[in-house]
Design a protein around this ligand. Structure first.
Ligand code: SF4
Ligand code: SF4
Length: 450
């Protein structure tokens, strides 16, 4: 068998080494979350314009049926995750902390919950444009957490070409193991998804990059890879943020994405491994994005699990299925501890972008007391895109956002490596998020004013 450990694991320059804390769930097979009574499906659970509802209150819907269509190219379709009745279309709490217009479905307790129009599709007979359309109609977004519409990513702009399709299976966020389990349990769906994406893109070769802390998954994929599939399994060093597109392409291909550019500018398209597996299922079963694998983990949850959860299931119900929270839970994060966002309420639904929910107790809460910058330069050494976080932080504190632009703040991936490395607890990435948002607003205003 191919020996990954002696292969020399690829990586990128800089970054940080947080503990991976994946032992709670890495060996737990994916279980199906039982159906609950009510599902909340936000019209906005992806980057881009919110979807537009095509059902009304009182209408009966079937699991997998279209309930909202994309409102423009950069938008995504939405499907009923259960068979039932639409009981409301109204603002409901969302993991972002806002109230978001949502379609609420009451489950039909007597329905067999069969998939709307289940069938396999002969994808080999389809043209790339037809495959792309099917993915758009299937409501696909990046399931790794970014939730960017997949059909947009797979659309090659005129004048561009794609050499390589990169499958992002790094799963570099501590605690999360949903991609790890998908690789172990759904290799056929992954390989089919890779074939379909390669056909759409016209890519000549695929690379699947996963961190070496998923050795069993790497070995399994390597042993099952079809002989006619030009795909290489690439072991990567366990380092954060290995799963960022720029870091992945640098590690695997030694190709650098220039400042302000995208992977397509170096003839590469990157997609998350869970998304690729779900694309396989679209063509095996005609199943749109109606459920996803979520890691429920952290010291604050009674029974950590990897669960296949229908989109729209309320977090409260999932917590209950996991035996409840421990009494001293202090923080609940959607996503991992490096890039996830804290939620204040458990009334929020699982969305397409929810790769995991992490529960922290009093014991894991580190002091957030901020100290002055000691000019140690650890943040500079950590930044994988060679920014100067200490200088950017000083400009942010002074409100000099225009000057941050000159120091390439828009290249900041908001990975949080600088904040993690800072011994003075300076909230660097938080100030960069604010600075970037203000600068984006300013640029939009200037564009509008001509
Ligand atoms: S400056 Fe941005 S890209 Fe660099 S380490 Fe900090 S958050 Fe990451
Ligand atoms: S890591 Fe923190 S203390 Fe050290 S230079 Fe950067 S901002 Fe200053």
């Amino acid at each position: 068998m191919f020996n990954f450990l002696s292969h020399g694991n690829k990586t990128f320059d800089r970054g940080v080494h947080p503990g991976d804390f994946k032992e709670q769930t890495r060996t737990l097979p994916i279980e199906r979350m039982p159906l609950v009574d009510e599902y909340i499906l936000p019209l906005s659970q992806h980057l881009g314009g919110p979807s537009k509802a095509v059902v009304s209150v009182g209408e009966k819907v079937i699991r997998g049926q279209l309930i909202a269509e994309p409102a423009g190219f950069v938008s995504a379709a939405l499907h009923a995750s259960v068979t039932g009745t639409v009981i409301a279309i109204e603002p409901r709490p969302h993991p972002s902390g806002r109230f978001v217009e949502s379609i609420v479905i009451k489950r039909d307790p007597y329905s067999a919950q069969r998939l709307f129009d289940e069938h396999a599709t002969d994808w080999k007979k389809m043209e790339p444009a037809e495959l792309l359309r099917a993915i758009q109609q299937g409501g696909f977004v990046g399931l790794g957490g970014a939730a960017f519409p997949t059909h947009v990513k797979l659309s090659v702009p005129p004048g561009k070409k794609v050499d390589f399709f990169m499958i992002n299976a790094a799963e570099c966020e501590p605690y999360l193991t949903s991609d790890h389990r998908v690789m172990l349990e759904q290799p056929e769906a992954i390989f089919l998804g890779i074939r379909i994406c390669m056909k759409i893109l016209g890519a000549k070769r695929a690379y699947l990059g996963a961190e070496i802390n998923k050795l069993d998954a790497l070995a399994q994929l390597q042993s099952q890879i079809p002989a006619d599939l030009p795909c290489e399994i690439v072991p990567l060093e366990t380092k954060y943020p290995q799963g960022a597109e720029k870091m992945l392409t640098e590690a695997v291909l030694k190709r650098e994405i220039p400042s302000g550019k995208l992977p397509i500018d170096i003839q590469v398209v990157v997609n998350n491994v869970g998304t690729v597996a779900a694309i396989g299922d679209l063509f095996r079963y005609n199943q749109p994005v109606i459920e996803r694998v979520v890691t429920m983990t952290g010291p604050g949850i009674q029974n950590p699990r990897n669960l296949l959860i229908p989109i729209g299931t309320k977090l409260t119900e999932v917590i209950e299925f996991c035996g409840g929270m421990k009494e001293d839970v202090r923080q609940i994060l959607f996503g991992g501890p490096m890039m996830g966002n804290a939620v204040r309420s458990t009334d929020v639904p699982i969305t397409k972008g929810t790769s995991g929910v992490v529960f922290f107790t009093e014991d894991e809460m580190v002091s957030t007391k901020e100290y002055p910058c000691i000019r140690c330069m650890r943040c500079v050494d950590a930044c994988p895109v060679y920014l100067n976080p200490t200088q950017l932080g000083a400009l942010a504190r002074a409100g000099h956002y225009d000057d941050m632009m000159d120091l390439n703040i828009m290249d900041c991936m908001e990975c949080g490596s600088c904040s993690y490395a800072c011994p003075s607890n300076i909230p660097l990435v938080q100030s960069f998020r604010v600075g970037k948002a203000l600068l984006r607003e300013k640029m939009a205003r200037e564009r509008a004013e001509g």
